[in-house]
Design a protein around this ligand. Sequence first.
Ligand code: ADP
Length: 436
Amino acid sequence: MASDFEYAAVAVEHAQRPRNLGALDPCDGHARVTGPCGDTMAVWLQVGDGRIRKASFTTDGCGALLACGSVATELAMSRTVAEARALEQKDVLDALGGLPEETEHCALLAANTLQAACEDYTSRGRSEGQDESTAAGSCASCDSSSCSAKDRRQNESDQEFADRQALERRLCRIRHKLLVLSGKGGVGKSTVAANLAVSLALAGQRVGLLDIDVHGPSIPGLLGLQGRQISVAGGELVPVRMTDHLAVMSIGFMLPSLKDAVIWRGPLKFNVIRQFLKDVAWGDLDYLVVDSPPGTGDEPLSIAQLVGSPAAAIVVTTPQDLAIADVRRCVSFCEAVSLPVAGIVENMSGLVCPKCGERIDVFKRGGGKALAEETNVRYLGAVPIDPAIVVSGDAGTPFVDRYRQSAAGQAFADIVRTILAGQGPEPLTTTTKRES
Ligand code: ADP
């Protein structure tokens, strides 16, 4: 209860006389984050020799948020950017001598904003001194005469042309886009998408993982990123950086709570997905892995239309006949929208009894392989049922990171090896060729 809580003197001092208030100009890293309570915090950083020389903040929030911003920027100063980025809610709370439970989220917002400003600093450096927003706002580096973004289309307004150019500039910096699709829900599509993205990142690839399931985003939960928020820096959405090689963006970061239901109409979904592709500061990526909702509805259609080429679908199925029939529809959908199919993954393919070692084919086996042959699509492999996948997913720890040696871990490794072996402008054998 707030009334029982005794504020430490240091918290009162920071709330009444906050340090480091106001913007910094020039600045080397900046982010603005809105917390679930609707309050916003902005942080600016000046960095020299990899250390934070000056950090400042502003907020439209309460006294607790002022105290958190003040102490978080104090904590950041003189640390390296990596050290400041690692500061957490607990560090801010500890430095303030604690806060009442109902305002502890202020410390999370301050830590998240500081972290996002550090990531902004890092991503500016990653683009070799070139400001990401500048790179996104200029086509000067592209000298391709065949680029479809060069010329205005018939009946295209100024705004539409500018938006299309911005989208294509962004996508130009992503070498491969893999859309993970499934005919129906519950076959492990999100699990496959998350573990593919983590495996590719562990293999040294620069990876973005985009979760466009607006009705049930599960990627934040699978990767232990619940509660993280999207920040805006330089007019761009800054993805949540899970590791140096893996950036994650999900509609789940925008919903105040997992309990919140959002009613999305088709055009709104299209616009949100477009914004995720156009306005997210992905930087240069080797792979963008997209976790799309099941079926052949608005979201898969939107992403297939927007993502450009080269892009390819990875279709996830379970082995039983019912799932296979849905996947057949999914492959036809890809053909209809001229999206090449990179391959089929058969998930939950058999269970090896942990006690006796006998293999039990719970949902049959081999349906995915047979369908791959029937539709002339590459078969990428089979991932067995493994209870550790459920436990890891529920705990938010990437399965492939922890259980590399397991049969399922090896199956993911084989799939990723096949994908990497096909690196190039057209990554894998495909059923259809896309028109540009
Ligand atoms: P989808 O995205 O297709 O709806 P999910 O990835 O959310 O499916 O997976 C549904 C459930 O199945 C989750 O609880 C997940 O942990 C579990 N799961 C997925 N693949 C496997 C597997 N190979 N072995 C055991 N459980 C799995």
